[in-house]
Design a protein around this ligand. Structure first.
Ligand SMILES: Cc1cc2nc3c(=O)[nH]c(=O)nc-3n(C[C@H](O)[C@H](O)[C@H](O)COP(=O)(O)O)c2cc1C
Ligand code: SF4
Length: 432
């Protein structure tokens, strides 16, 4: 089992402290697989999609795309095989929710996959797990074996006429393989480079066949929605963003960990009440709300509800819900250096403004950090970031530009201070 315990329980994580929940017997005892049995034997795929659509479930992999709508894009008149892909590549710095979902509740995920596979008519699910997640992969392999042995998976899944299997695939450690078409390339044994779209995966996905790709957390909500109904789900969270979300809190907080809370919970409440605030009596300086790609919020803007409709008003996004907290000692130029180094290393290199832009951002930020930067470098930094947005094969380039834009927007004076002081004026900050 992993090191990080969920602190607050909602429907996804409420049984995670019970080790038995991870086993087939324990999951069955908690009523597990009954919802899938009902769906596969008593509901049509269209009925399942209709419930998920009206629940308003949005994807939890970062883009918040409506899950039911995505499922409805799958062709219904195609005679050949179709596939479901579970994106368990989770490589966004600050995000660790999917790991916990897989390690503590593998059968909850498998039940969600089975229901989704029935809905989209997929004969096989490829469960693509981040290469470094060895524990999650071994827990899942065991769970898949149990599910096969008990007839949950197989030619007559849960006693229905639907045949389905789940194939576990291990990634090899590239962030870009989390982008859905980069993942598909990797799944096919090729270099993990995103594809131009269209065609979208529902038209031409894995091995050229119609494919639906969703995130681990997205699938985990599905059995609960089918069991309790779309209205129940819509009763949690906000009108536009229903349900709970797993917020992973890390950095300068007293109680880092995973918190399952309704979407729309205020960021300052998560930080100060659930995560216990900043240790040592220090003040908070900035918070990245949803993984490294999402623009930072300064201390004065933390009274925001954690849902895209509110975060957008503050020029940031929910992303994957990976909240990273930085206290007053933190040098924001160094934060930029860490982010830019990551994106420089992880760009797949197909698009010029991404390949070149990530390198330029990294060089400029390090020059500023060393004290060799000029006012011209500062202007160039903003210019390069702005020119990276839009027009690339995937949104990695945007994701690389946003953290820099956020840092300049809210901490521009600190960046200018590095030019005038010819180095970092914050002597207590972490070192690079
Ligand atoms: C650079 C990049 C990395 C991504 N990494 C992940 C990831 O690790 N896990 C994930 O579920 N989605 C990731 N995504 C989003 C996927 O492309 C895709 O939108 C998602 O898997 C769809 O699932 P959802 O609709 O359930 O959120 C990434 C996107 C980009 C552009
Ligand atoms: S934006 Fe970057 S990561 Fe995405 S395809 Fe282009 S070069 Fe590759």
């Amino acid at each position: 089992m992993g090191q990080t315990a969920p602190h607050v329980c909602g429907y996804l994580t409420e049984r995670f402290s019970d080790d038995a929940f991870g086993s087939f017997a324990g999951y069955r005892e908690a009523g597990g697989y009954e919802t899938a049995r009902h769906a596969l034997n008593r509901m049509t795929p269209e009925e399942v999609i209709a419930v998920v659509k009206s629940s308003g479930l949005q994807g939890r992999g970062g883009a918040s795309f409506p899950a039911g709508l995505k499922w409805s894009f799958m062709p219904t008149d195609d005679e050949g095989p179709s596939y479901l892909v579970c994106n368990a590549d989770e490589s966004e710095p600050g995000s660790f929710k999917d790991r916990l979902l897989m390690e503590r509740g593998p059968h909850q995920l498998l039940e969600g996959l089975l229901i989704a596979a029935w809905a989209v008519g997929a004969e096989t699910t490829f469960l693509y797990v981040r290469g470094e997640y060895a524990e999650a992969a071994s827990v899942l392999a065991r769970a898949i074996g149990e599910a096969r042995a008990k007839g949950v998976l197989g030619p007559r899944a849960l006693g229905s006429d639907f045949g389905h299997d789940v194939v576990l695939v291990r990634g090899a450690g590239a962030y870009i393989c989390g982008e859905e078409t980069g993942l598909l390339e990797s799944l096919e044994g090729k270099k993990g480079q995103p594809r131009r779209k269209p065609p979208y995966p529902a038209q031409r996905g894995a091995f050229g066949r119609p494919t639906t790709v969703n995130n681990v957390e997205t699938f985990c909500h599905v059995p609960h929605i089918l069991k309790n109904g779309a209205d129940w789900f819509r009763g949690i969270g906000t009108e536009q963003s229903p349900g709970t979300l797993l917020f992973g809190v890390s950095g300068h907080v007293v109680r880092p960990g995973l918190y399952e809370l309704p979407l729309g919970t205020r960021l300052d409440e998560i930080l100060f009440e659930y995560a216990g605030g900043v240790p040592g009596g220090r003040r908070v300086k900035g918070v990245i709300p949803g993984g490294i790609s999402t623009p930072i919020l300064p201390a004065g803007l933390l009274d925001v509800r954690m849902a895209n409709e509110f975060l957008r008003e503050r020029h940031t996004l929910l992303g994957t819900g990976g909240i990273m907290v930085m206290d007053e000692t933190t040098c924001m130029v160094r934060v930029g250096c860490i982010a830019s180094g990551f994106f420089r290393d992880e760009s797949c290199g197909q698009c010029t403004q991404c390949r070149e832009g990530t390198g330029w951002l990294d060089q400029l930020l390090h020059r500023l950090e060393r004290g060799d930067g000029s006012d011209g470098d500062l202007a160039l930094l903003g210019d390069v970031a702005d020119k990276m947005e839009g027009g690339t094969i995937c949104s990695f380039a945007d994701a690389a530009a946003w953290p820099v834009q956020g840092l300049l927007r809210h901490f521009g004076d600190e960046f200018a201070g590095h030019v005038s002081a010819r180095g970092c004026p914050l002597d207590q900050s972490f070192a690079l």
